[in-house]
Design a protein around this ligand. Structure first.
Ligand code: ZN
Length: 428
């Protein structure tokens, strides 16, 4: 991508994120459906509904939660809290309630952050039936003693869990898998950045020439959605050769890659190599059984080669899980930079192969073939010598790139030039 294209795509992803931002999503319900239906204008997503009560490994698909309105009114009938102002105001999965109660009692159901008095926190209670509100601490302190009317017009009933999937067939059935969570309400970096980058990535790959790999993009509610997807696709997971969980891709932080549980899977090596070549700070973390849905994909019964690709890791920035994780916290250029890096990873996965040097006894005479002229710079000459030396019919281009500390794309381009001069033959 050139600079103009990158900034156009970054802005398009940010626009998409801004339009998805107000929707009140949760692990089930109409917010997820509406989000997926907006994505369908970009991708022919297949939408799956899995009924409440369905057993998925050790879990059960929960009741479906929907919310229409919620408020707290003071004795004068004035709304001192209004769900329509911000979807974070209601604890996700709150059961319906309509009661009057003294402030003292109501406060037991209100969460605020005294350390960050101007933000609304994000809270959920998926598996324990309860109700609650989230408020700016400053607003909470202004509530006067007295009686308040509280209403949460929600429903928690048998229904289904919804997820979206896009499958793009390639030349082989081996798959590259991308997963993004879509269960957070108005939170931008945490959930929506992964959603919009994943959707754009899918449309860019779909618009290109047919790929070697097939691609599968999952847009799923965190944890229970990943568990449900795995339970319904257990056989198919054997096709997954490489995968990434995409999340937190729009903040200003450096790219952070959390390795798969395997630690030395090809995806782990490819991401390390690509990050080491982009000339920007980055961090690589070993696997740990916490974080996003890599927890499920890398559970021992699956142990898939799936890492987690993000910028600032979850929970490390003050905006995390608060109303300050909003569209202005997300930068179009960060979204575009994340997408561009993932495309480079895909390029390596797609393009890695093995060559054999057809003139392996001593160096071939390059000057006679015009190769020193064709590959002008010292850097290119060095790369050419590495390729010729390591093209032993066993070493992959990625292994050459790692050993020579030369970007994959450069070695791959030079290998094609050498092939056209008959000095290399492609083995795989
Ligand atoms: Zn989160």
């Amino acid at each position: 991508m050139n600079m103009t294209e990158e900034s156009r795509i970054g802005q398009a992803m940010h626009d998409r994120l801004t339009s998805l931002y107000p929707i009140c999503r949760s692990i089930t319900g109409n917010g997820v459906r509406e989000t997926l239906s907006q994505l369908q204008s970009l991708l022919p997503l297949h939408i799956h509904e899995v009924s409440t009560g369905t057993q998925v490994f050790d879990w059960v698909v929960p009741k479906e939660w929907n919310i229409r309105d919620a408020w707290i009114k003071n004795a004068d009938g004035v709304r001192v809290l209004d769900f329509k102002q911000h979807s974070l105001h209601v604890m996700s999965y709150s059961v319906p309630i309509n009661q009057t109660m003294p402030l003292e009692h109501l406060k037991k159901h209100i969460t605020s952050l005294p350390d960050q008095p101007d933000v609304i926190p994000y809270k959920t209670s998926y598996y324990q039936e309860d109700w609650g509100f989230c408020m700016r601490h400053r607003d909470l302190q202004e509530l006067e003693d007295g009686v308040y009317e509280v209403c949460i017009d929600s429903s928690l009933e048998p229904g289904s869990l919804t997820y979206g999937e896009y499958y793009l067939p390639g030349q082989t059935t081996d798959e590259i898998f991308f997963s993004a969570h879509i269960c957070h309400p108005s939170l931008a970096n945490d959930n929506l950045s992964g959603v919009v980058v994943s959707a754009m990535l899918a449309s860019v790959i779909a618009a290109g020439p047919q790929s070697r790999y097939s691609y599968r993009f999952a847009f799923i509610p965190g944890t229970i959605g990943a568990i449900t997807w795995l339970a319904r696709n257990e056989e198919r997971t054997q096709r997954i050769q490489h995968g990434l969980v995409l999340s937190g891709l729009g903040d200003a932080g450096a790219i952070t890659y959390k390795q798969s549980r395997q630690g030395n899977a090809m995806i782990d090596r490819v991401v390390s190599h690509v990050l080491s070549c982009i000339g920007q700070p980055f961090a690589i973390q070993r696997f740990s059984p916490y974080g996003y849905d890599e927890r499920q994909y890398c559970s021992p019964g699956f142990n898939l080669p799936v890492g987690c690709f993000s910028r600032s890791p979850y929970g490390t920035y003050p905006e995390y899980h608060t109303s300050n994780d909003n569209p202005s916290f997300v930068r179009p250029e960060s979204l575009a930079g994340s997408l561009n890096t993932i495309l480079k990873i895909v390029e390596v996965l797609e393009g890695d192969c093995i060559y054999l040097n057809t003139q392996p006894k001593c160096e071939p005479q390059l000057g006679r073939r015009g190769l020193y002229r064709e590959l002008g710079s010292t850097g290119e000459n060095m790369a050419m010598l590495w390729v010729l030396n390591l093209a032993d019919g066993k070493t992959t281009i990625l292994e050459m790139a790692e050993r020579a500390s030369i970007p994959f794309a450069k070695l791959s381009g030079i290998a094609r030039t050498l092939e056209s001069h008959g000095l290399l033959r492609r083995v795989t």
